[in-house]
Design a binder for this molecule. Structure first.
Ligand code: 5RP
Length: 262
């Protein structure tokens, strides 16, 4: 129930609810990963079940695929869908140009492929995700398990000539074992504190052998929907240069607010 939600969850929920209103019958929609994206999946599930919304959805992780199926959304693969009308996903950080850091949930590879294969990417986030400069959130880099320590050393060496304030990389863990992505890879989190030139960093890091993809999303996001705990949402469209504000009501719904596992 919304009454039990924290302000941050309310912020995530209203951002997701506003984004769900962009989804139209017949659309092919990419579904992001994380706690904000999980709200979106729940909202869409409700629209599918209660309003008969018909969409083809491409999830960006096994977690999202499971949740989508659970709430009644028809899920398919990206290769089946081929191209998407819209992808809606969360982010760990976004700047004024709507460049992003993603991958806090470890799904950055599928998320980047799916967002890139979409006419539009909409990011949904609480206001705390907005930053002046990317980099306070550790930048996730997906690396193959073979020789990951060598890849780590090469990344740290490369960072010496990059415009960043920190240079250490840590292997993401899941308890006592290295975290494993849906593709069977590991994640190195780069503690950069501040990224001066995100575009350059994204290109250079991907040249290092062993690196599969990085969590910088440059020129991929079109719109950000920022949610606030009081129900206010702000929709910023980078292409149109528009900013719209509105207030959403919280509607009690047992289906939507029960047992969210994210
Ligand atoms: C997963 C992601 C998420 O979108 C990001 O971590 C934000 O998550 P949340 O909505 O839980 O704050 O990139 O790989």
């Amino acid at each position: 129930m919304t009454g039990e939600l924290s302000p941050i969850d309310k912020a995530k929920f209203v951002a997701a609810k506003r984004a769900a209103a962009l989804v139209e019958d017949g659309m092919r929609v990419g579904l992001g990963t994380g706690s904000t994206a999980a709200w979106l999946v729940r909202c869409l599930g409700e629209m599918v079940c209660d309003e008969g919304l018909k969409i083809t959805a491409v999830p960006t992780s096994t977690r999202t695929a499971e949740l989508a199926r659970e709430v009644g959304i028809h899920v398919t693969s990206l290769d089946e869908a081929k191209w998407l009308d819209l992808t809606i996903d969360g982010a760990d950080e976004f700047d004024t140009d709507l460049n992003l850091i993603k991958g806090g949930g470890g799904a950055l590879l599928q998320e980047k492929i799916v967002a890139t294969a979409s006419d539009q990417m909409v990011v949904i986030a609480d206001a705390g995700k907005e930053v002046e400069h990317l980099g306070a959130f550790p930048l996730p880099i997906e690396v193959i398990p073979f020789g990951w320590q060598t890849s780590q050393a090469l990344i740290e060496e490369t960072l010496v000539s990059m415009d960043v304030l920190g240079r250490s990389a840590t292997l993401r863990m899941n308890g006592d074992a290295p975290f494993v992505t849906d593709e069977g890879n590991h994640i190195l989190d780069l503690h950069l504190n501040r990224i001066g030139n995100a575009r350059q960093l994204a290109l250079v890091v991907n040249q290092i052998p062993g690196v599969v993809e990085n969590g910088l999303f440059i020129d991929i996001c079109d719109t950000v929907i920022i949610g606030h705990g009081d129900g206010n949402v702000e929709v910023r469209d980078i292409n149109e240069g528009t900013v719209e504000r509105e207030k959403l009501d919280f509607v009690e719904s047992d289906n939507l607010f029960s047992d969210l596992s994210e």
